[in-house]
Design a binder for this molecule. Structure first.
Ligand code: 5AD
Ligand code: SF4
Length: 476
């Protein structure tokens, strides 16, 4: 079949240059205004917080075009699936979803189906979608969100399928509309992309080079959120500790934390920290500002130096544990979580035992654990792997048991304690129960009355589970 579209290239996406990213300002072309009049949209979001925030940008753009959101895909005139490529399982789920939309497209030929996010950056996936999933009208990449008005306009006017995926991105685009999905907690991007190139990971290819936003733009965004009544911001980056390295030798993540703290926002979180870039200046900022929450997510990935080297994580087991012990010492009362991959190519029993012993050492509050998933285009995809699936699954299960044990142990110290909870909403399981998070990021379900989303309330903990706490509202 002759192809009349340009596929993205993971190979091109690998390239990096030292140029400082240019800042552009988003302007909505008059031609596109009002194209969504009378039409509804529905966005399905997979993956990490960066995707959640990107979906809010897509919603903001669609709202600016006069589309209105709707409750489910059946009512929609435009459906966007914002995809994740970090593991095979996430990709298969999306392809299943797209397959299921085929019937809807047959019933309603005017329906526009869009694929966005990290899968759209992958050559093989886009090829597959263009050839086998003809119900998809638009494919746009992580660097092409601001082209959405143009792409929709072109589909309406030409009735042709459109694909726009830049493999590389050197710019930062500001003043893009946003419709936030929550009214009390907000995601704030502080940087985009990743230059770490862990050998298993697709993110440096799908999200491009590390680009830090100007500190003024970040502070302004947080100040506006405070003025709008937001209680919490989560500063987002694949590797927040590298903030600023691409634009300044003087101003880093520690300085940014101090400045964000000065805005007076009640709660500050950040995601994700890479151990390599964690320095004393950051510890100082975290310790000195009471509105920075006592919670650190510090991915270890493996507890074995040989595997860490093959992963290109840039630290040894000893270096990670040393940093971890220092953080524990200098930040008492903090909760710590991590990410762990089991079954990395040729991970020996001994290497896996090193991961288990690191978990025994760190006694994490929680860990997000994954079986290694081969990502085409990454270096690890060509590593030899003789470990069978069953062994990997057994390792994951053993690991999860210990993770749950320490999660439970850490939670015990909250029994009968009064904690502060930022209320997220009504529990999915019981409408008389509210839920929210403590400063340490512990999920709390509690009973009470007259509580609203966004309230900061006091709750007495009565019951402790491994991954949540139960309590009662303390009337003040
Ligand atoms: N296979 C399994 N897990 C992965 N992660 C990233 N890439 C892969 C992969 N190829 C995990 C890492 C990372 C988290 C977001 O996802 O643990 O920290
Ligand atoms: Fe992936 Fe490593 Fe970058 Fe995290 S730091 S996004 S695991 S390459």
């Amino acid at each position: 079949m002759k192809k009349d579209y340009k596929l993205p290239s993971l190979n091109d996406a690998r390239a990096r240059n030292k140029e400082v990213s240019q800042k552009l300002t988003f302007i909505l072309d008059d031609r596109f205004k009002g194209i969504g009049e009378g039409k509804k949209y529905y966005i399905i979001t997979h993956g990490c917080q960066a995707n959640q925030r990107d979906s809010e940008t897509m919603a903001g753009i669609l709202d600016a075009l006069s589309y209105t959101p709707c409750e489910n895909e059946k009512q929609a005139d435009v459906i966007i699936i914002n995809t994740c490529a970090v593991r095979q399982g996430a990709e298969e789920k999306v392809l299943g979803e797209v397959g299921a939309l085929k019937r809807m497209k047959t019933n309603n030929p005017d329906l526009i189906i869009c694929i966005a996010g990290c899968m759209a950056q992958e050559e093989a996936t886009v090829k597959l979608i263009m050839e086998k999933y003809r119900q998809v009208d638009i494919v746009f990449g992580t660097h092409n969100i601001t082209s959405l008005p143009k792409l929709l306009y072109e589909v309406y006017t030409t009735k042709q399928r459109k694909i726009e995926v830049f493999s590389k991105m050197g710019e930062i685009i500001e003043s893009v509309p946003v419709t936030r999905f929550m009214s009390h907690k907000a995601w704030v991007n502080i940087m985009y992309g990743c230059d770490k190139f862990c050998t298993y990971c697709i993110v440096p290819y799908t999200r491009g080079k590390e680009r830090s936003r100007a500190r003024e733009d970040i502070i302004y965004e947080v100040e506006e959120l405070v003025a709008q009544g937001y209680k919490e911001v989560c500063l987002l980056g694949q590797n927040v500790n590298a903030y600023g390295k691409d634009i300044s030798d003087e101003y880093g993540f520690g300085d940014l934390l101090d400045d964000v703290a000065k805005t007076g926002i009640k709660r500050i979180r950040f995601m994700t920290s890479h151990p390599w870039d964690f320095n004393d200046r950051m510890i100082e900022a975290i310790r000195n500002n009471s509105n920075i929450m006592p919670y650190i997510h510090l991915p270890i990935q493996s507890g074995n130096t040989g595997i860490l080297k093959k992963m290109n994580r840039r630290y040894t087991r000893e270096e990670y544990l040393e940093l971890f012990d220092k953080l524990k010492r200098e930040l008492p009362g903090f909760a710590f979580t991590t990410d762990i991959i089991v079954g990395f190519p040729n991970e020996s029993d001994e290497a896996f035992e090193d991961t288990m012993s690191a978990v025994e050492h760190c006694q994490y509050d929680n860990a997000f654990t994954f079986i290694y998933s081969k990502r085409e285009g990454t270096p690890a995809a060509s590593f030899e792997d003789s470990i069978d699936r069953k062994t990997k699954e057994e390792r994951l299960q053993r690991l999860n048991e210990r993770v749950a044990y320490y999660a439970n142990l850490n939670n015990q110290k909250f029994r009968d304690k009064i904690v502060e909870v930022l209320v997220d909403g009504i529990s999915k399981r019981n409408s008389k129960v509210y839920s929210g998070y403590t400063p340490e990021n512990k999920l709390v379900n509690f009973t009470g009355s007259d509580v609203k989303v966004g309230d900061l309330v006091k709750v007495k903990i009565k019951e402790v589970m491994s991954f949540s706490l139960n309590g009662e509202l303390v009337e003040e």
